[in-house]
Design a protein around this ligand. Structure first.
Ligand code: CP3
Length: 342
């Protein structure tokens, strides 16, 4: 049904002519046409207006020969649907006036009906699918429960997420209750996204690497795996854990179709830890897109050769940076599209 299904074939582990390519956080930030919209609508208005979200999703697709689109949205729409009033502050990022710090606050949070609270996302999917015209697959996403807890407890971004950790370590009962409520909401949300027509879902565990391997099991993986179990029945699931190389062996045993890795691990080690059988996605250092286009091309070719063309999705090791020149992003994508077996 989808004309270019390279991404979906790579997720299934099929033999492909070249790896598919997309870039994490491709819909936004570094694109001048995205920044232009900033003056007109605030961030969450862009997320909540299906026509805008669909149009932003298409921005990188119109510019580059990408093999997948990712729906423009944010991981924080989940805590918003659960009643937490996140704003996006210019220059400062996410902001929650009253962060979650007590068991009582968590007990008062309800698992919402996703159709009532997140209908705008499902409408955005519908509009985006029309615009995509079955050319390439659309990826849906959510944050991991741990990564979302980080913002709910901290109330904003952080270098260490020490308040989130304090909450988990001093008040594990409250932490687990919150993580479970986020998990239940996320499962309902992602299932609905799949029903609406996204071809795969990705879970972003951006702050999983802040935890020790043991704490990662308890506070992050335990919940991600519930999402993987529930969603894998109806869709391929990709788990991206930034800094989570220590959990790759465990992740490989799950029903995830693919694992995202960041640039701090070599392709050889990532293959070794995952047994060589699961599809991997990554792992170009996002700041390496600041190199000259010729260097980017060489490094991308080497990255593909080291991961191998099959069971591989070329991507960055984390989201694209806002200061990446358009032609450098293009060099990255072209290097994958033009890659040939030699
Ligand atoms: O390709 C895409 O951009 C798709 C949509 C997308 C956004 N956020 C839009 C966005 C995705 C997949 C995300 C995920 C997300 N959001 C994560 C996980 C991935 C990651 O990068 O680690 C996290 C941690 C967030 C929370 C968040 N949203 C932060 C910390 C910030 C501020 C810093 C930043 O990224 O600029 C945002 C804002 C945000 N989300 C922007 C975009 C395009 C920038 C807002 C703007 O430029 O006005």
């Amino acid at each position: 049904m989808i004309k270019n299904d390279l991404y979906l074939r790579a997720l299934k582990g099929e033999i492909v002519e070249r790896p598919p390519v997309w870039m994490m956080r491709q819909a936004g930030r570094f694109l001048p046409e995205f920044r232009e919209l900033r003056g007109q609508y605030d961030f969450f208005t862009r997320c909540q207006t299906p026509e805008l979200a669909a149009e932003i999703t298409m921005m990188p697709i119109r510019r580059y020969p990408l093999d997948a689109a990712i729906l423009f949205s944010d991981i924080l729409v989940i805590p918003q649907a659960m009643g937490m009033d996140f704003e996006m502050r210019e220059g400062a990022g996410p902001w929650l006036e009253t962060p979650i710090r007590t068991l009582e606050q968590v007990q008062n949070i309800e698992v919402p009906n996703v159709d009532d609270t997140l209908g705008y996302v499902f409408d955005a999917i519908e509009l985006t699918l029309i615009k995509l015209n079955n050319d390439i697959p659309l990826i849906g996403f959510a944050g991991s429960p741990w990564t979302i807890l980080c913002y709910c407890v901290e109330g904003q971004g952080s270098k260490t997420f020490d308040k989130a950790k304090t909450f988990c370590f001093q008040n594990p009962e409250a932490a687990h209750l919150l993580l479970q409520k986020i998990t239940d909401t996320t499962i309902a949300y992602l299932k609905r996204k799949v029903e609406k027509g996204v071809s795969a879902v990705q879970v972003f565990d951006s702050w999983g690497g802040m935890l020790s391997p043991q704490d990662y099991q308890e506070f992050s993986w335990h919940y991600i795996n519930q999402i993987v179990e529930a969603l894998s029945e109806i869709s391929p699931v990709v788990v991206f854990g930034k800094g989570c190389w220590f959990a790759l062996e465990e992740m490989t045993l799950s029903k995830a179709s693919a694992l995202g890795v960041d640039w701090t691990i070599t392709p050889e080690n990532a293959r070794r830890l995952t047994g060589g059988n699961i599809t991997l996605q990554g792992n170009f250092d996002p700041s390496r897109l600041l190199s000259p286009p010729e260097t980017i091309k060489k490094m991308v070719t080497e990255m593909i050769n080291r991961f191998g063309k099959d069971k591989y999705i070329a991507n960055l090791g984390h989201g694209i940076l806002p200061n990446i020149p358009l032609e450098n992003a293009e060099a990255f994508i072209r290097a994958v599209v033009d890659w040939r077996e030699n």
